[in-house]
Design a protein around this ligand. Structure first.
Ligand code: SF4
Length: 150
């Protein structure tokens, strides 16, 4: 199963926020630089993550975004479920005409079960447990949260 670009950037942002040990919120532009994704994409993802309660935002000069309590406990499965608005993995019903096999389709049910199994596997993975020093160290240096060589 392939994640959407939106899901991917949302998880990247959550991982970077989990690795931020400065105690200070991160501006969206800094998150965008850290996750290597254009600002407007990250901005939309941050807005959605805020709506879902995974992050909190503060305004002002030192404002930005940080993980909420919910975000600190969030699992990859939980985040993906809350971002996935698709009824089905394939377009069984579409404005251009429904699939003619759309009556008691066994494949449709099997795909739904497979998606659920995919999420269930990721329900045991806390997003905040994923970032490692080796992974995030260079990123934190690059966005100025750590001095070079730290
Ligand atoms: S074959 Fe089944 S799963 Fe595939 S599009 Fe048609 S109804 Fe959906």
């Amino acid at each position: 199963m392939r994640m959407t670009a939106f899901e991917d950037v949302s998880l990247r942002a959550l991982m970077l926020l989990a690795a931020n040990d400065t105690g200070q919120p991160l501006p969206t532009r800094t998150i965008a630089d850290g996750v290597g994704t254009p600002y407007n994409h990250v901005s939309k993802a941050v807005l959605k993550l805020r709506e879902l309660g995974y992050v909190e935002a503060t305004r002002g000069r030192a404002g930005g975004v940080q993980l909420s309590e919910t975000g600190r406990k969030a699992t990859v499965g939980g985040v993906l479920r809350s971002l996935d608005t698709r009824a089905d993995l394939v377009d069984c019903e579409s404005p251009n005409g429904d699939c003619p096999l759309n009556h008691d389709c066994g494949l449709r049910g099997a795909l739904r079960r497979a998606r659920e199994a995919f999420y269930r596997e990721l329900d045991g993975v806390a997003v905040a447990s994923l970032p490692t020093q080796r992974q995030m160290g260079p990123v934190l240096v690059q966005i100025g949260l750590r001095p070079p060589g730290a």
